[in-house]
Ligand binder design. Structure first.
Ligand code: ADP
Length: 406
């Protein structure tokens, strides 16, 4: 059995998995784990394998140190990168700018290109790059592959990809709608034609990735024609902690009237807004408890969230002209029955015949939650970004091997 080591490096953490690229979306990976609180006085490395969880608490000065500890713990249980066959290391990279519409075999040149994209994702790309550098040093003989969150949306039509702002400024500063969560939207949307028993080249669909971050995509015949996130992942739907779309004038107003700095406004809109900013919590399980306890802030936050979701669903139905399927995925989309029901409530005149009973079924499998007669079918399809990264990385690694590069 061969595996891909999938790495998702943040500024103070690294999430990792050892995934068999041939597995299914609901299979448990051989190993999953987390290095957290890098650079803090006390950090932790957690490794899950064979149904057990092993945690070590210690100071983790660098990503490199943390990953080495993780590999050592994995080796103690015979699942380290040298104990099993690792055919590739797949790196999640948030921003691929205009440069990358496909996963890339990482070379020094590709590393430099990811570095050049830092201005577009100042919080994410430096951390992703750190992860790439550290992992290439620790595992130099294995092909490393960059999989970009923006890649799926690289060829969106200009009318959807460009903003109505001065075009000289926009082109000088690379301002356009890049879109994010692309790996998830692609992974989920590729399963829908099979569920519909339809040709992927003749399927019009809306995918709703509703996790802590949330985004919607309109996909026509396998190609995205619009998505809700923009230059950054702040745009679009109201999310766990992010505002989603707001009047840009609010930023000027906060600067002038509240004397807030750009960094403070950035923090406000990215970390202290969305459902958390409105109700104090961003986890939908707790939000639901509060609503049931009669908390009016929680109720309002939920209604704003649903209102935004319905706005996007409606506009994408018009953009697509004909819709075969609407699919929910990610933490909220896969689990919150009420979000699914309320976001598609009373839309029978648009061909959506929601099946309330089917919606209540709990499962890890892809499933239909509209009636079989519904013109627009509604699905829940669990996403698995790590598996998608593993599959893409395995393909790129195989091509590199065939070309004699490894
Ligand atoms: P991320 O965007 O961090 O990858 P996920 O896709 O894992 O997030 O989604 C995490 C969110 O999913 C949680 O913050 C929570 O709001 C929601 N969630 C998870 N499980 C449930 C559940 N059983 N019911 C409702 N919401 C859930």
């Amino acid at each position: 059995m061969s595996y891909v080591l999938v790495l998702n490096s943040g500024s103070s953490s690294v999430k990792f998995q050892l995934v068999n690229p041939e597995s299914t979306a609901t299979d448990v990976p051989l190993v999953s784990g987390l290095v957290e609180q890098v650079g803090e006085p006390m950090g932790a490395v957690t490794v899950k394998t064979g149904g057990e969880e092993y945690t070590e608490e210690l100071e983790i000065p660098t990503h490199s140190f943390g990953l080495e500890r993780a590999f050592a713990i994995m080796s103690e249980h015979n699942v380290g990168p040298t104990d099993v066959e690792v055919i590739a290391v797949g790196h999640r990279v948030v921003h691929g700018g205009r440069l990358f519409s496909e996963p890339q075999l990482i070379t020094d040149e590709i590393e430099k290109m990811v570095e050049d994209l830092i201005p577009l994702a100042p919080l994410h790309n430096p951390a992703n790059l750190d992860g790439i550098r550290v992992a290439r040093e620790l595992l130099p003989d294995i092909p490393h592959v960059g999989v970009f969150d923006t890649a799926f949306f690289n060829h969106m039509p200009p009318a959807a990809a460009l903003y109505a702002i001065n075009n000289e400024v926009a082109s000088k500063y690379d301002i356009r709608r890049y879109g994010f969560h692309g790996t998830s939207h692609e992974f989920v949307s590729q399963q829908v034609p099979k569920l519909l028993d339809r040709d992927p080249g003749e399927t019009h669909q809306i995918t709703l990735h509703l996790g802590n971050g949330a985004s919607a995509a309109a996909i026509s015949n396998g190609t995205p024609i619009d998505t809700s996130m923009g230059l950054t992942p702040l745009a679009g739907l109201a999310m766990g902690t992010r505002s989603g779309d707001i009047d840009p004038g609010i930023i000027f107003h906060l600067s002038r009237e509240a004397g807030m700095s750009i960094a403070e406004i950035d923090n406000l809109l990215n970390k202290q807004s969305g459902v958390k900013g409105l109700a104090g919590v961003n986890d939908f399980r707790i939000l639901r408890e509060r609503i049931n306890d009669g908390d009016s802030d929680a109720w309002l936050a939920y209604n704003i969230y649903i209102h935004q979701l319905r706005r996007f669903i409606g506009s994408y139905m018009i953009a697509l002209g004909r819709v075969d399927a609407i699919t929910f995925t990610a933490g909220v989309g896969e689990n919150d029955t009420e979000v699914r029901q309320d976001s598609l409530y009373n839309l029978d005149m648009y061909g959506i015949d929601f099946d309330k009973e089917a919606n209540l079924v709990r499962s890890r499998e892809p499933r239909m939650i509209s009636t079989p007669e519904s013109k627009v079918k509604v699905f829940v399809v669990p996403t698995n970004e790590e598996l998608a990264i593993a599959q893409k990385s395995a393909e790129v690694a195989a091509a590199a091997k065939q070309a004699g590069l490894y």
